[in-house]
Design a protein around this ligand. Structure first.
Ligand SMILES: *[C@@H]1O[C@H](CO)[C@@H](O)[C@H](O)[C@H]1NC(C)=O
Ligand SMILES: *[C@@H]1O[C@H](CO)[C@@H](O)[C@H](O)[C@H]1NC(C)=O
Ligand SMILES: *[C@@H]1O[C@H](CO)[C@@H](O)[C@H](O)[C@H]1NC(C)=O
Length: 667
């Protein structure tokens, strides 16, 4: 069996684990990710990455003070974490630039890496504290480590330099932890990110340091937050935590930390081998969404867990999962990791929902502005008075350069590219390729026994139910593709044969692929469904997309950056009524595929997606609270005017919206 160097290292470390360390080694993952660059976007997803790099993400290094140096020498800023901002920028921009072959940013990230590595001090420390008297806390470098892993995987020539520097840092960190140094509340909360880096070293480049790597993982866990207790149903908060005393350190109920903490338990499992860590991770995931979840896929935490009410906020970093103050992208990243360790398809279904709904909803179509907090029912994006967010500023839902906090400005670009690079996996024996997240992709890798395979997925998904996949392989193998849980009546047609019903097992459809070229067409329809929300309201879904009423809006420029005129802060106000009840019995799916076969660009903007849902509605009395946000949806409201048909749009394309409606019975 011929293994690629990466997998050879894994196989060696597993042997070492069982022969030397036995149960004290690392438990294997259920699925393995592919090195950055082997999974690439295609079609509309490439367009989405391109919009992002042509927007704020790809230009902020030119003017935005937190990251406008190409090195870490910028000195202390008011935010006191050039290290944090730089570290996040690095982690996010590596996959952004690699997936688009972006020469300028690839060079910037290389410069960043070179600078940091060449300034490692004699003790092994990495970061802007070198040569200063700044206190040395471990966590600011964790996103930097994630960045270095991606760079090495994409460019193996960097391996020795990076791995040597990391092992040197690990030895120092281990000594610091033994001496009770280096841990402040953020390090205590985010220890799992370092553990994941240590596990990468253990799996692929242990260099004889297995014992200290495992010892450091354990020390990080025992000096850190006890996530298995935080996610224990006995302590888990079942409503907004505004006035609830927290038995654990306050930061544990912070939304982004929870998004990161979700990967602490599977990471712990790998060195404890204790099934209870897996069970707690899975249960914690369910509790989080049961009590704080949103129809957009994400959960609510305007800093701290915020319950189910539709006006409470969700931080952008929570979505993408990795900044001091940012949630959807952190959750996407954690969900990908949970799937790789545990293999339960519920994690993948939710990551896909978050990516195609909550993430684009919180950025303008051109990706030059982003919010700090998004709302499920959002009737204005402006300076709010009174402010519905107990722990965030009145400016939090403005679309701009750095509303409320700067963190999401540097962290948000990791969301789309990491979704792409985690979209394909392999089975642990590397004999099979697994297509996990559905969308347009182009993947090329070498499986076990030197089986060179490519997979090209041609689709407008999630704006279409049809995916055409073309696979080439030098030898026969079993290919897997995820069939989401919402699919009803899905079919597969292989090599032009008649379509047959899909038969997934644990969410995966097996396809037997012969040497040469194999082509199959999936048709994955889904019924329209409604979800019960507070106050008797309902939310509408079809397949991966959540649908909302897109409130017509006016736009006002609040500020414009002096150096970069495209970096603006925008206020949005409703220009039409949004107070409607809808009749769920009348929901009707409308699909107008683009004649050109190509989606408009950007697709996540008003009126752009080719799919929509119509519904019979009637106007109702629905009050505002302090002019800027909607009161809770009224329960069983009376119609105040005649019935009319309104159109619901994919949530990600709406910037002002109603996503949770009162319902009524039409006549
Ligand atoms: C980037 O380069 C790779 C390798 O040459 C190629 O397969 C890919 O299509 C390129 N991507 C873009 C967006 O140009
Ligand atoms: C597994 O974890 C549970 C819960 O933390 C603990 O009670 C149990 O003792 C652990 N089992 C082992 C073998 O360490
Ligand atoms: C709606 O509000 C208006 C103005 O406050 C009031 O006159 C009317 O009675 C209300 N209608 C219903 C059906 O509650």
């Amino acid at each position: 069996m011929v293994l690629s160097p990466r997998f050879k290292a894994l196989a060696t470390s597993l042997v070492l684990a069982s022969s030397v360390w036995g149960q004290t080694g690392l438990a294997p993952k259920k699925f393995l990710s592919l090195p950055l660059g082997q999974v690439r976007s295609a079609g509309w997803l490439t367009d989405q990455l391109t919009i992002q790099i042509n927007g704020l993400a790809g230009h902020e290094h030119e003017f935005y003070h937190y990251v406008s140096q190409s090195d870490w020498t910028g000195g202390s800023s008011a935010y006191s974490n050039l290290e944090e901002a730089g570290s996040y920028w690095f982690n996010a921009m590596i996959p952004s630039a690699v997936l688009l072959n972006h020469t300028v940013i690839n060079q910037k990230t290389q410069d960043f890496l070179d600078y940091v590595l060449s300034h490692q001090d004699s003790t092994g420390w990495l970061g802007p504290e070198v040569g200063t008297t700044k206190p040395r806390y471990l966590w600011g470098r964790y996103p930097f480590f994630f960045g270095t892993i991606q760079m090495v995987e994409n460019n193996p020539a960097l391996t020795d330099r990076v791995v040597t520097a990391l092992h040197k840092f690990v030895a120092l960190a281990n000594t610091m932890l033994k001496n009770n140094q280096g841990v402040e509340p953020w390090t205590a909360t985010r220890w799992e990110d370092f553990v994941i880096t240590l596990q990468w070293l253990y799996d692929f480049h242990p260099n004889g340091n297995e014992a200290i790597l495992i010892d450091t993982m354990k020390r990080l866990k025992w000096t850190g937050v006890p996530w298995e207790q935080v996610f224990n149903p006995q302590f888990f908060p079942t409503k907004a935590v505004d006035n609830t005393p927290n038995p654990f350190p306050a930061l544990t109920w912070h939304g982004v930390n929870m998004a990161e903490g979700l990967k602490a338990l599977p990471a712990t499992y790998r060195f404890t081998h204790n099934q209870s860590d897996i069970d707690a991770a899975s249960k914690g995931w369910d509790l989080l969404f049961q009590y704080h979840g949103r129809p957009s896929g994400i959960y609510a935490a305007d800093e701290y867990l915020a319950g189910l009410e539709a006006i409470r906020g969700t931080e952008l970093c929570l979505v993408v999962a990795n900044l001091k103050l940012c949630t959807p992208k952190e959750t996407m990243f954690s969900g990908s990791y949970l799937y790789q360790v545990i293999g339960d398809p519920k994690f993948a279904d939710r990551v896909e929902r978050i990516t195609y709904n909550a993430l684009p909803a919180t950025l303008t179509g051109d990706m030059w502005t982003r919010q700090y907090l998004q709302q499920q029912n959002q009737i204005a994006a402006k300076n709010m008075s009174p402010n519905p967010f107990p722990n965030d500023g009145a400016y939090s839902n403005v679309f701009g350069l750095e509303p409320n906090y700067p963190c999401c400005t540097v962290n948000h670009p990791q969301g789309w590219p990491k979704f792409v690079s985690n979209a394909f996996l392999t089975t642990p024996d590397q004999k099979s390729l697994v297509h996990l997240y559905l969308g347009p992709f182009s993947t090329s890798t070498t499986l076990a026994s030197g089986n060179k395979v490519t997979s090209n997925v041609d689709t407008l998904y999630p704006f279409s139910d049809t995916l055409t996949t073309t696979i080439t392989a030098t030898a026969a193998f079993t290919y897997y593709v995820r069939i989401p849980s919402w699919v009803v009546g899905g079919t597969i047609a292989i090599n032009g044969a008649a379509a047959k019903a899909v038969t997934p097992s644990n969410g995966l459809q097996a396809v037997q692929v012969a040497a040469g070229t194999t082509k199959f067409v999936l048709n994955l329809p889904a019924p329209i469904t409604t979800e019960s929300r507070p106050h008797g309201s309902i939310a509408v879904h079809r397949g991966p997309l959540h649908y909302a009423f897109d409130i017509p809006r006016s736009q006002k420029v609040l500020t414009r950056n002096a150096q970069e005129s495209r970096a603006v802060d925008l206020e949005f106000d409703a220009t039409a009524s949004w107070q409607y009840a809808i009749d769920p019995a009348t929901l009707k799916f409308v699909n107008k595929p683009p004649a050109s076969g190509k989606l408009p660009s950007p697709v996540f903007d008003a009126g752009q997606p080719p799919v929509s849902i119509t519904v019979t509605s009637c106007p109702i009395n629905w009050s505002t609270a302090g002019d800027t946000f909607a009161a809770a949806p009224p329960t069983n409201p009376a119609c105040t005017g005649s019935q009319r048909t309104i159109t619901l749009s994919p949530f990600g394309a709406t910037k002002l919206r109603i996503g949770e409606f009162p319902s009524f019975k039409s006549t």
